[in-house]
Design a protein around this ligand. Structure first.
Ligand code: CAA
Length: 702
């Protein structure tokens, strides 16, 4: 028997436990172990049934993603062999599920004759999120159990459902309590005692009817939400096959489309992203056993857009949070905005009223800074001014608990200088939330020169309850995300002067797969925000006179075109509508500015737009890696997908660069450098890697 599978016998029932930590993936050896147990039990007259379950924290969480595309040892059994064996077992097999039954794990459960689950268990076929489809019969069996409509939605979205919903849908046959093995065995014994005929999902054909136009409707919705992605289309093709073809033919179709998806660049990118997202928490000099301070209470300074959004994260996580302001009207406005934000989510049906009430009950507003005294973390979100922040941190240092973490949400200022205003620089850290802070998943955690390990580990750990993905970065201008963004935005502006219009740039970038183009994004964020920062910077660190820059963003701000909030920015907006409409006034402004700057405008192809915007990301990302300000290329990818809407199915900018090939990236940078100058000078890291025939993927966290 494989060491990954253990068996015990309870009163005529063999309990087959998959023991392959951490998530009982179906690694090589697991199918063999389960099949051996089935064979042994089938031949034993004392055995009446089997229960299949997972040891440790979960049922089987799917195929082993690390093994995709790798050769298998000759003779090793596959998930397909296992599924055939389970379904063909002459004795009942009951899957007893806790934790998560996902992907191949759920497909294995669907091949069992019955399924029982405990409270808290979850069910899903998330393969679409890896750019593939459920390739072990999931697309053919799930519709037979739940009906086609529910299955199609689950498979195309990759969403999980909790056990009560799974029961209602027919995915599980019962919700059980107590010891899982005992409950599963009791269910199995009942099946045997009642001499129930074996229930094989493949033979259940009475739920396959769909309303007219169902698949057409699903495809329309994929065209809207799955823009650019291949896997959702293949998923719906498979479900349609389930509804229209005999089972075995449907399985053949599923298998062919699975192989096609597995070999696709999108799946490779999404698998890279899956692991990149899980790597970000691994920090070489902050080991897993670093003590972590619990955050039982938080305080946020500043009830503006960012402060309010940050406070909502804590309130939603059930962590009491105090919002501190200096003026009563600002505090009232901040609290009212939070209430309105929650109320909107309730009205849209995405949040129960009770959850809103619970969250609001965690929130206290005050004008008294002394209220931070009992907070375990204080996050400052006030105006971006070093003097203001240093003064505030000195005061916080005097009031806050001695071991409280003092965090700054600055997006532009030096965390070390802010820390120098306190006597506890080791407890000062940056928490760079992205706007809207209650929605965006990214949290850049900025490590100062003196931040200690416990503060880093505690802040990174906080991401989980706040439902954020935290990425550790070092101190530099703009940290990782915004530092890279600067070059991307500059090129977007130069492209306007040279011949494109905002809608041309945005379309090219959106067609590449970004959630939004740069100009729509600026209009959303508010053009005045950067304008204020630019004006402040011009006073403190003037721009070198030989550096090309575009006056366009200043010009539109001078006209009061701050973006969506003023009904006009790079686009114009109808009242109460966020749809950007191209504006002839902007086109005229751009043409006039190009003329004034002596630039002859030309037609710019979409391919050039994408290249000019993406190369600065890659080049700056490489510099950041060389300077040790991000730990891994994958960390940068996570920042760009979750912070800036880079398409996950292209893996992130650094993964994308490896797909282009660094020698090609280098050649493109050198060509642009020759044409346009030093903005394009390739980073030394790209030169080194390209010349040694390596990619970013070869770099280890350092
Ligand atoms: N294969 C290999 N490793 C996996 C894995 C899988 N399917 N699922 C999780 N892991 C690993 C993670 O990489 C991580 O490893 P490290 O500790 O070394 O970083 C570890 O298991 C724990 O994972 P998480 O940090 O994500 O733990 P969590 O408790 O937050 O979440 C989970 C657990 C819900 C199972 C989550 O890991 C998850 O969603 N996993 C992917 C599930 C999935 O997509 N399954 C389908 C696989 S494809 C398939 O099955 C194809 C088919 O049809 C045949």
């Amino acid at each position: 028997m494989s060491s990954l599978v253990r068996t015990t016998t309870q009163d005529g029932v063999v309990i087959i436990a998959v023991d392959n930590p951490p998530v009982n993936a179906l690694s090589i050896g697991v199918p063999d172990g389960i099949m051996d147990a089935l064979t042994a039990g089938a031949d034993d007259p004392a055995i009446g049934a089997f229960v299949l379950l997972g040891a440790g924290r979960t049922f089987i969480a799917g195929a082993d993603i690390r093994e995709f595309g790798r050769p298998r040892p000759p003779g090793a059994k596959t998930i397909f062999d296992l599924i055939a064996a389970l379904e063909a077992s002459p004795k009942p097999v009951v899957a007893a599920i806790h934790g998560t039954a996902l992907g191949g794990g759920l497909e294995v459960a669907l091949a069992c004759h019955w399924r029982v689950g405990v409270k808290g268990s979850q069910y899903g076929l998330p393969e679409v999120k890896l750019g593939i489809l459920p390739g072990a019969g999931g697309t053919q069996r799930l519709p037979r159990l739940t009906g086609v409509e529910a299955a199609a939605k689950l498979i195309v979205s990759g969403d999980f459902v909790p056990v009560d919903k799974a029961l209602a849908l027919g995915i599980v046959d019962a919700v059980v309590e107590g010891d899982l093995a005992e409950a599963g065995a009791a269910f199995a014994r009942q099946v045997v005692a009642e001499r129930r005929p074996l229930r094989r999902v493949r033979d259940m054909n009475d739920r396959l009817a769909v309303p007219d136009g169902f698949f057409e409707g699903m495809r329309k919705s994929i065209a809207r939400s799955g823009r650019g992605q291949v896997a959702p289309w293949r998923c719906i093709d498979c479900v349609e096959a389930a509804a229209t073809l005999p089972f075995d033919e449907g399985i053949r179709r599923e298998r062919a489309l699975f192989e096609e998806c597995l070999a696709s660049p999108q799946s490779k990118a999404l698998r890279h992203f899956f692991f990149a997202e899980r790597e970000v928490g691994k920090i070489p000099d902050v080991p897993k056993d670093t003590p972590v301070q619990a955050v039982a209470r938080a305080a946020i300074i500043g009830a503006g857009t960012m402060g309010g959004g940050i406070a909502m994260n804590f309130a939603s996580a059930g962590i009491p949070v105090t919002l501190v302001e200096t003026a009563a009207d600002a505090l009232e406005r901040g609290l009212a905005t939070i209430r309105a934000n929650y109320a909107r989510t309730v009205a849209s049906g995405r949040l129960p009223q009770a959850a809103m009430d619970k969250a609001m009950a965690q929130l206290t507003g005050t004008l008294d800074l002394a209220a931070v005294a009992d907070a375990d973390i204080v996050i400052e979100a006030v105006f971006e001014d070093m003097g203001v922040k240093k003064d505030l941190f000195a005061r916080l240092d005097a009031i806050a608990k001695p071991d409280a973490i003092l965090a700054t949400n600055t997006s532009t200022l030096d965390v070390d200088e802010i820390a120098s205003a306190t006597k506890r620089p080791e407890k000062v850290i940056g928490t760079h939330f992205f706007s809207p802070a209650n929605v965006m998943k990214l949290l850049e955690v900025v490590r100062g020169a003196r931040t200690d390990r416990t503060t880093i580990a505690s802040t990174m750990a906080l991401a989980k309850p706040l439902k954020k993905v935290a990425v550790l970065v070092g101190v530099c201008d703009g940290f990782v995300g915004n530092r890279m963004l600067a070059g991307y935005m500059r090129q977007a502006l130069f492209l306007l002067e040279e011949g494109a219009l905002p809608q041309d740039v945005d379309r090219a970038i959106q067609d590449f797969g970004f959630a939004m183009g740069p100009f729509a994004m600026m209009d959303l964020a508010g053009n005045d925000v950067e304008w204020r920062i630019r004006k402040h910077r011009e006073k403190t660190s003037p721009r070198p006179s030989n550096q090309r820059f575009s006056r366009l963003p200043d010009l539109i701000c001078e006209e009061g075109r701050f973006g969506q909030k003023t009904g006009a920015g790079w686009y114009r907006y109808e009242p109460g509508d966020r749809t950007p409409h191209p504006d002839p006034a902007i086109a005229a402004l751009i043409v006039e500015e190009a003329r004034a700057s002596g630039i002859t405008r030309r037609a710019i192809p979409a391919e050039e737009i994408v290249q000019r915007c993406l190369l600065p990301l890659i080049n700056e990302g490489a510099r950041i890696l060389d300077e040790g300000l991000a730990l891994r290329p994958g960390d940068i990818d996570v920042i760009w997908v979750y912070g800036y809407g880079f398409p996950s199915w292209k893996g992130g900018p650094m993964f994308h660069a490896d797909q282009i090939g660094l020698p090609e990236v280098l050649a493109q940078l050198r060509r642009l450098e020759a044409e346009q100058g030093s903005f394009w000078t390739p980073s030394p890291l790209i030169v080194r890697l390209a010349e040694s025939g390596q990619g970013f993927a070869s770099l280890k966290a350092g």
